[in-house]
Design a protein around this ligand. Structure first.
Ligand code: TXA
Ligand code: MG
Length: 331
């Protein structure tokens, strides 16, 4: 967790707003969240309205301690304790069986609840000061990429919330990994900042997607994810550079604005073309951190985004998944 200058007055004010039924956008280490008191039905209803979020897509409860996580759960199995001890505070969300504490609107009527302890000082102080679990989806409009700074939040929902805490750019840039430990069929329901490999190092082999009949997928995964207004085309090896040049020329000839997202090492091959490099192909962390922000920026500037596919490696899996969901074509 990086050190942050904490504005305690702002946090006390934000906690007061949460306690009196208001809504506060706040930073976490992954993306910004849109938070409300987990026991307040009216505030939770407002969150769904502000985001335009389907009512059957449950929210994550954010806690400041393992004890608080247990206090909203029916049971907290050994495997959950093991994972929490390994990754909390941090970008791991655990789906466990719930008790009656948290509003069933927040959990979309499910018998389970998703819970995580974020690795961000502002978020932790806010939860502790509010003295209640804070349910928070990502602070974007449904269908937009998750916000990685306060400007993104204001762009999507500014004016509709009671307060936005500006904690700068988020450290990780994509959402938490969601793991279902509510049944014997432990599964990754959503890929995120913690890789499959990192989880397997702690608990052994795990499936992505929840194949067992007992394991419901994260309801959110069935909704269309970020699909930019611009057409997004993923270009794969072999011959990615040649394919990109050809596509670029075709779209340019048709009068379209085109931008390439490449790796820094590709820039020589792409001279003369409009291209943007997020990171080197050996730096998944930087790529992850900048990915959503880059999509937001480019979407307003171009008709077509040609993006070089990322490596098929454990550390890139989550970005790969998000990129695939944002894409229209693969070449
Ligand atoms: O990093 C994150 O997880 C961010 C920050 C703000 O914490 N939050 C976030 O929340 O991404 P949201 O609402 O955008 O995504 C939550 C995901 C959805 O796919 C939802 O369906 C799933 O978690 N989820 C929530 N509760 C669940 C449950 N009880 N069972 C299965 N999936 C659940
Ligand atoms: Mg979201």
């Amino acid at each position: 967790m990086t050190e942050q200058v904490i504005d305690r007055i702002a946090i006390r004010q934000a906690a007061g707003i949460i306690r009196s039924g208001g809504i506060v956008a706040f930073p976490t280490e992954t993306v910004y969240g849109l938070g409300a008191d987990a026991t307040n039905n009216d505030a939770i209803t407002r969150i769904f309205q502000i985001k335009g979020r389907p009512a059957d897509n449950p929210l994550i409860a954010h806690v400041h301690s393992l004890a608080q996580a247990k206090s909203i759960s029916l049971n907290f199995p050994d495997i959950a304790v093991k994972l929490a001890k390994s990754f909390w505070p941090g970008p791991l969300t655990l789906v466990v069986n719930k008790n009656q504490t948290v509003s069933s609107l927040a959990t979309a009527g499910l018998s389970t609840i998703a819970v995580r302890m974020p690795a961000n000082m502002i978020a932790l102080e806010l939860i502790k000061t509010a003295a209640v679990a804070i349910v928070a989806p990502s602070a974007n409009l449904s269908g937009k990429p998750s916000p990685t700074n306060a400007a993104h939040v204001l762009q999507d929902i500014g004016g509709k919330v009671d307060m936005v805490i500006d904690g700068g750019d988020t450290e990780l840039g994509i959402e938490s990994t969601v793991v279902d430990v509510s049944t014997e069929n432990t599964a990754i329901l959503r890929l995120g900042s913690i890789s499959k490999g990192q989880i397997e190092d702690i608990i052994g082999p795990i499936e992505v997607g929840g194949t067992g009949t007992q394991a419901p997928k994260a309801p959110g995964m069935k909704y269309t994810h970020y699909s930019p207004d611009a057409k997004v085309i993923i270009v794969r090896e072999p011959g990615a550079i040649e394919k990109i040049k050809r596509l670029y020329a075709d779209y340019a000839k048709a009068g379209k604005r085109v931008i390439i997202i490449a790796f820094s090492e590709n820039s020589q091959d792409l001279t003369g073309l409009e291209s943007y490099s997020i990171s080197s192909a050996g730096d998944p962390k930087t790529y992850m951190r900048k990915f959503y922000g880059t999509l937001r920026d480019l979407d307003s500037k171009t008709d077509v985004i040609l993006v070089i596919d990322v490596p098929e490696e454990d550390a890139w899996m989550a970005v790969r998944d998000k990129m695939l969901k944002a894409s229209d074509e693969i070449h």
